[in-house]
Write a protein that binds this ligand. Sequence first.
Ligand SMILES: C[S@@+](CC[C@H](N)C(=O)[O-])C[C@H]1O[C@@H](n2cnc3c(N)ncnc32)[C@H](O)[C@@H]1O
Length: 353
Amino acid sequence: MSYSSKTPAIVGVLALCRIGFERECSSELERWFGERGADGYVKFEKLGGQVIWFGQAKQFPKTSELIFARQVVKLISKTPVYFDNKDRITPILSALEGQSYSAIYFDNTDTNDGNSMADLFHRLQKPLLSAAGKANILNREASQRAHLVFIDGTAAWLGISEPGETLKWPMGIPRLKMPQDAPSRSTLKLAEAFAYFMDKEEQTEWLREGLTAVDLGACPGGWTYQLVKHGLQVIAIDNGAMNEKIMETGQVEHIKADGFVYRPPRPVHWLVCDMVEKPARVAQLMADWLADGDAQRAMFNLKLPMKTRLDEVEYCREIIEERLKQAGKKIERLQFRQLYHDREEVTVYLIVK
Ligand SMILES: C[S@@+](CC[C@H](N)C(=O)[O-])C[C@H]1O[C@@H](n2cnc3c(N)ncnc32)[C@H](O)[C@@H]1O
């Protein structure tokens, strides 16, 4: 049998998202395709943790182009692959047949059903890869990868991706270990933000000794901890109490002040902010700091309202763009992302020239 390396016809995309954010994810997909003149429709179940867009398009979004999608794969069939408990390998192989893939990834939704797949993945992975290798379906030279997105133990969507289109973490979820000595679990949010938004080179240049930061809404110190760990000097602004151990590092100055009023005596390299406030108010504050030259780059959280969450993000984007334009500042980067460790919120990375 001969195998073609031609990309199969794409019938849509499947996006994994945080449970409860299907509507935002689907609106984003509709908008992305709509802006490119592609016709299609979305399908999702409330709390299903995934959204499917079916349609015809010439281009498809990379995961990093969307805010609420954790991982996006291109679908090559309008129906899932169905199998039973006795034999999952034969139907999967026959769905993969005729193409070659450099890898076969197993994905699942972040729902209870999806997360109960771990045992099955463990049992299925080796025999499936071995059978796919024998059938010439696996080929290191191939550029495309296959993704089996399991709905449950009896069905999986078959998707494909090229390197760079998906995030480097399986299902877009980075496995970060909670540092034992961190003052709060929130520390993982900033750790993930650094890992997601910044490559190694940028981290080496911008997260190091000799640099300074202001952390607004810092207590008890989870975000400050990340900055301190990288060697920065931090001014922590909050009326609350800072973790004692972090104060002992000598890298932190804690000032009890209102984060909406405080400004540093001289410009700092970083502004970070995790204050629980109206998103538009935080966006305005961040833009004001950068417009005034008090910081060059900001990483911050926007706590989203229950409804109109995507609209709120867009509104915040407009506030930031407008303010910086008024100030004659050029935006080098403005990225929004709902990280894995973000709940009802998104993280923003903003840099001005
Ligand atoms: C979600 S917590 C921050 C957690 C922190 N990032 C961490 O990792 O430990 C929000 C903090 O913002 C502070 N906060 C809220 N409004 C503030 C304001 N106007 N000025 C300063 N701090 C404020 C609260 O006191 C609270 O400690």
